[in-house]
Design a protein around this ligand. Structure first.
Ligand code: ATP
Ligand code: MG
Length: 438
């Protein structure tokens, strides 16, 4: 992509309305634009990141055997009356009336809808377990939308649902999601810590929130230091094997959010204790028959008996993650994208746009990289070099390939790694080779 033809409205100044780093940087890097409180348009640069995160979530959910589908945003109120949540949900739910005076709502979540679909389609134990997910916009009329896309009113969520014959089999499904989540966050370059969450009146130990560590995170957490040393992205997982040992590894060590900290226990941990700040980016919850019972989702067993299916739901805040990744990965100059979700891998800076030799050398590199399948953003604008450097640092592409008349005379360019700040002078060929190999 040539920057001169792209839509990237960057800002030099910090927008006054932004209280947190990620919100500030997303506005400055031209990623989003607020439409009304907690509701955003995603501009091309931001949308690319959002879709890259979505792709990783899809790949990992598919890999664990969960099937993608798509449910609508608008739902019928009657379905929510069946579960009893229409009245219970409160003012966070956006209620709508259609032209025939039917009560509708903009879905804040989809347990009722998926349970209805399952109830009408599945009757036999042979079709269970069943794991389904979709990635769809949700609306929750949050009292205080803030921190940009991290607490929006309209936001993109991956929500998955499991249907099992009983709670025991439900645990197997739960564990698959648990491990799949570890992989998702690792691929996004995030340190994640699963923390036991409230199960309410249902009880049990099958509810976890996934928090990622970021200096500017909303809540204060405490955990065993071993959590910081685990890397999940590279591990091959056989989702048909017993995943309980992996789950145990992450659930037996101490980790607690603000409200759940046990100071007495913490005092026994000594140097093993770390405190940090975190952002909730996912939540998994096995709730048994909470929805299947009132909605009548039952299947017949091999013996011909009827049982109410045991369910769980599993959310990932896809749009929140865009902000969360930035909170976890930035410096004073701007964003530092992990390669896995960077909107472009390389930013090619032409230090003297309009100069024939520079333009043609840059175009040559641009084409070579594109031929090698690398997404490049070439800054070919006719502005000062200083402005180009500042914008490139701000938008945080993993590699900067810098080309100016002085170096190009000898066929040399500079390659800068955005994360480490390392710079290296090299020939055009070796720079291209390094970028295509990495
Ligand atoms: P929170 O405690 O942050 O309000 P929640 O418990 O209401 O979240 P869930 O219903 O578990 O959230 O939703 C699953 C995921 O969706 C959350 O882990 C979070 O990442 C994301 N999410 C929830 N609410 C919002 C929001 N208002 N804006 C952006 N993402 C959100
Ligand atoms: Mg939650």
């Amino acid at each position: 992509m040539r920057l001169s033809r792209y839509f990237l409205p960057t800002l030099k100044e910090n927008p006054a309305e932004a209280q947190v780093t990620s919100h500030r940087l997303m506005l400055r890097a031209g990623m989003v634009r607020q439409s009304s409180a907690g509701i955003y348009s995603w501009l091309p640069f931001g949308y690319k990141v959002l879709m890259n995160i979505q792709r990783i979530v899809e790949e990992e959910q598919d890999a664990m055997g969960c099937h993608q589908m798509l449910m609508p945003t608008i739902q019928a109120a009657d379905l929510w009356r069946e579960s009893g949540r229409y009245d219970a949900y409160g003012p966070e739910m956006l209620r709508i009336r259609d032209r025939h005076d039917r009560d509708m709502l903009y879905g804040p979540t989809n347990e009722e809808q998926i349970t209805e679909i399952f109830r009408d389609a599945v009757k036999s134990y042979r079709d269970v377990p069943s794991l389904l997910y979709h990635i769809q916009w949700k609306f929750r009329d949050e009292v205080r939308p803030r921190f940009g896309v991290m607490r929006g009113r309209e936001f993109l969520m991956k929500d998955a649902y499991s249907f099992d014959m009983d709670d025991e089999s439900g645990r197997i499904s739960y564990n698959k999601f648990f491990v799949s989540y570890l992989r998702i966050y690792a691929r996004l370059g995030l340190k994640v810590i699963p923390m036991a969450a409230d199960t309410g009146p249902i009880g049990g130990d099958m509810s976890h929130e996934f928090l990622i560590l970021a200096k500017t995170g909303e809540s204060e957490i405490a955990c065993h230091k071993d959590f910081l040393e685990m890397d999940w992205a590279e591990r091959e997982i056989d989702f048909d094997s017993d995943l309980q040992p992996i789950v145990d590894q992450f659930t037996t060590k101490y980790a607690a959010t603000d409200e759940k900290r046990d100071l007495e226990h913490e005092s026994t941990l000594g140097d093993d204790l770390v405190t940090a700040r975190g952002i909730e980016v996912g939540h998994i919850f096995h709730f048994g028959t909470k929805y299947s019972d009132p909605l009548g989702a039952r299947v017949t067993t091999a013996d011909g008996d009827e049982v109410t299916v045991s369910m769980g739901s599993y959310g990932v805040g896809v749009s929140r993650l865009v902000g969360a990744v930035i909170e976890a990965s930035h410096d004073d100059d701007g964003i530092i994208w992990p390669e896995s979700i960077a909107p472009f891998k390389v930013g090619l800076i032409n230090l003297k746009s309009g100069d024939e030799a520079c333009d043609s050398a840059c175009l040559g590199m641009y084409n070579d990289l594109r031929k090698a399948g690398i997404d490049v953003l070439m800054d070919d604008r006719e502005i000062r070099a200083g402005g180009k450097f500042a914008d490139m640092d701000l938008i945080g592409l993993p590699w900067q390939l810098i080309a100016g008349p002085r170096g190009l005379k000898d066929g040399m360019v500079e390659l800068k790694n955005r994360a480490t700040g390392e710079r290296e002078d090299m020939s055009i060929d070796s720079a291209i080779a390094k970028l295509t190999a990495s």
